[in-house]
Design a protein around this ligand. Sequence first.
Ligand SMILES: NC(=O)c1ccc[n+]([C@@H]2O[C@H](COP(=O)([O-])OP(=O)(O)OC[C@H]3O[C@@H](n4cnc5c(N)ncnc54)[C@H](O)[C@@H]3O)[C@@H](O)[C@H]2O)c1
Length: 347
Amino acid sequence: MTTLAKIGISGAGVIGQLHASALAGIDEASLVAIAEPREDAGRELAGKYGVDWYPSLEAMLASADIDTVIVATPSGLHPDQVIAAARAGKNVITEKPMAITAEGATAMIDACDEAGVRFAVIFQNRMSTDVMKVKRAIEWGLLGIPILANGTMYWYRSDEYYAANGGWRGTWALDGGGALMNQAIHTVDMLQWMMGGVASIQAHTATLGHDIETEDVASASFRFNNGALGSITATTCAAKDYPVRIEIIGTKGRVTLENNAITLQECESELSDDLLTPEDHELADGWADGEDFGLAHRRQLRAILHHFADGTPAEVPGNEARKAVDIILGIYESNRSGTRIMEDSQA
Ligand SMILES: NC(=O)c1ccc[n+]([C@@H]2O[C@H](COP(=O)([O-])OP(=O)(O)OC[C@H]3O[C@@H](n4cnc5c(N)ncnc54)[C@H](O)[C@@H]3O)[C@@H](O)[C@H]2O)c1
């Protein structure tokens, strides 16, 4: 068996641990090192997988025998860490959001191009058969003319959640936003992906249920590039986590996704797996409604590592992943200025 990649993970928190576990289920991937400034957390995760612990990304890049870095640190650190890994000649995979500023996103894409290394961004919610079927159904016109696309995310996040690990979540400097930039970015990404991008934005955000700098509730209205209108409403102030919903309304039917599974479809013909491309099948292979958190990461990581190895394009590339970031930055700007924001980069 060929080893596809020798991997170091930067950040041993919630999602760094999930990546380590996901990699353990990919035979051809080899986890080699963990970089984590919290020594106890770093040593614990490294020890669990029998790999080396380093106190910083820089130390890992200098000494570990790795060719690929997974960046799983607080979001505001992603650009500097991706750029450092790229300049050290490593392929890079980063967690969402890839960056919390447009400049950061551009700089990391440019750095990977200049260094000639491969780069991909985790958006694991795309790796669902049902999500892909809805995207392809819209493209094939099975819903008729797209009219509306609405996303809702009503979740609960505690004060302890925001205070954990130094309290980086809910800060502008390290989270870059709140309910949108951290949590609902997956839904924003899927909406823009299905509808061919966002053309304009008008929005309100507020902080109603937590003592944090950034928004814990947001309501934004979109015009999509395919002509349809739509919205994202999101909060981390709900009483509990309700299913994340995407509803698409077309002139010939409608479809609803809840937690990435189709729960309602009223179309002329049932949306079938035949709509999927070979690439879709690869990314969604093994998807199941209600699957454990982590399995979609494993599918995306496996596909990315295969594409890095054979030189073919890997989902999700930086210039695609940045669209959700740019849209959320547009939502913040619309709320601040009270104006409509045109998303030039989405055209
Ligand atoms: N794809 C998803 O569904 C998903 C889910 C959760 C989090 N995330 C993303 O993953 C990232 C991390 O989130 P989390 O929930 O794991 O946070 P976390 O606080 O649990 O973990 C972050 C870890 O990074 C470490 N760290 C801080 N500075 C570092 C540095 N300079 N070098 C190396 N490590 C450093 C922290 O000590 C901490 O252990 C965020 O960007 C978040 O948006 C993605």
